[in-house]
Ligand binder design. Structure first.
Ligand code: NAI
Length: 331
């Protein structure tokens, strides 16, 4: 039998946390044969509520769940963790400037970076969910220099899954038959959902999405804006931001990273740019990746047309600006 894996969830008393921890405890993130110990961190005002989540986890009697640590102490939370899912952060409140939100989150991610670096298991894999996700991940990476840079990622899988969902709805095919969409860039409305390499599995083999949809105006217009603005549409409908879909995407991200992507399939992950596709190095940028043996690698050699090039550059520019803003908050 496998030994337990320690999984940290920060912001565990929040909305996404409440949807995510039962998924992890049921084996959706790491597999139905992988025991887990959950480490849950939140801040003191949420301590009582966090303890309530712990009580419910005990009451759910999950067979794979071998222990629960619920704490407001960052060091205790980070100690020995193999996977860290960073959902905790400071939300943008009405009337707040972008710089103020950035400043709060940069200081949170700087201090949590040190705690992870000093106390997590040596090969800990980190997924940042909290917004601004790419830049929080970058700060975490910069202030945890002994964590390999390939181990620090951010979540764009929700956007990726939203893109699959839109194609599936449009073509009336099961979502599991659609693959290889790409989310490029920032987890913000500047992201570029790209279907130029996406395919659908049909009885006659794999067919390009562009051929099956046969509506370039929609693919280059409404499809892109729907995916970019889906988060806002959920807030409008639910009066709360996406939670179950975000939690599910976080499980997909870690599962594929640890257990591998299916042959011939890629997924989108925010990773530290090495300059692939002429994106500036030194930012966390969402790319198409394939995973094997616990490691991701960027899918190379895809043709980028002029329309796509502009969009890859625009979202990269936004990330370069966010990086500068984050650094200006530090000094
Ligand atoms: P929420 O406000 O319900 O929960 C956030 C939790 O973080 C709260 O319990 C809060 O007390 C806690 N927290 C605040 N500061 C903390 C700190 N320093 N250490 C530990 N915990 C701390 O928010 P929700 O809806 O769960 O969303 C969480 C984050 O995920 C937000 O930043 C949101 O914008 C982001 N998000 C990202 C998505 C993505 O695709 N990357 C999708 C949806 C949301």
């Amino acid at each position: 039998a496998k030994g337990p894996v320690r999984v940290l969830v920060t912001g565990a008393a929040g909305q996404i946390g409440y949807a995510l921890v039962p998924m992890i405890a049921r084996g959706i993130m790491l597999g139905a044969d992988q025991p887990v110990i959950l480490h849950m961190l939140d801040i003191p005002p949420a301590a009582e509520s966090l303890n309530g989540v712990k009580m419910e986890l005990i009451d759910a009697a999950f067979p794979l769940l071998k222990g629960v640590v619920a704490t407001t102490d960052v060091v205790e939370a980070c100690t020995g963790v193999n996977i860290a899912v960073m959902v905790g952060g400071f939300p943008r409140k009405e009337g707040m400037e972008r710089k103020d939100v950035m400043s709060k989150n940069v200081s949170i991610y700087k201090s949590q970076a040190s705690a992870l670096e000093q106390h997590a298991a040596p090969d800990c894999k980190v997924l940042v969910v909290a917004n601004p996700a790419n830049t929080n991940a970058l700060i975490l990476k910069e202030f945890a220099p002994s964590i390999p840079e390939k181990n620090v990622t951010c979540l764009t899988r929700l956007d990726h899954n939203r893109a699959l969902g839109q194609i599936s709805e449009r073509l009336k095919v099961p979502v599991s038959n659609v693959k290889n969409v790409i989310i490029w860039g920032n987890h913000s409305s500047s992201q570029y959902p790209d279907v130029n390499h996406a395919v659908v599995e049909t009885e006659a083999g794999e067919k390009p999405v562009r051929q099956l949809v046969a509506d370039d105006a929609w693919l280059d217009g409404g499809f892109i804006t729907t995916v970019q603005q889906r988060g806002a549409a959920i807030i409008k409908a639910r009066k709360l931001s996406s939670a179950l879909s975000a939690a599910s995407a976080a499980c997909d991200h870690i599962r594929d990273w640890v257990l591998g992507t299916p042959k011939g399939t890629w997924v989108s992950m925010g990773v530290y740019s090495d300059g692939s596709y002429d994106v500036p190095p030194g930012i966390i940028y969402s790319y198409p990746v394939m995973c094997e043996n616990g490691k991701w690698s960027i899918v190379q050699g895809l043709h980028i047309n002029e329309f796509s090039r502009k969009k890859l550059d625009a979202t990269a520019n936004e990330l370069v600006e966010e990086k500068a803003l984050a650094y200006s908050c530090l000094s």
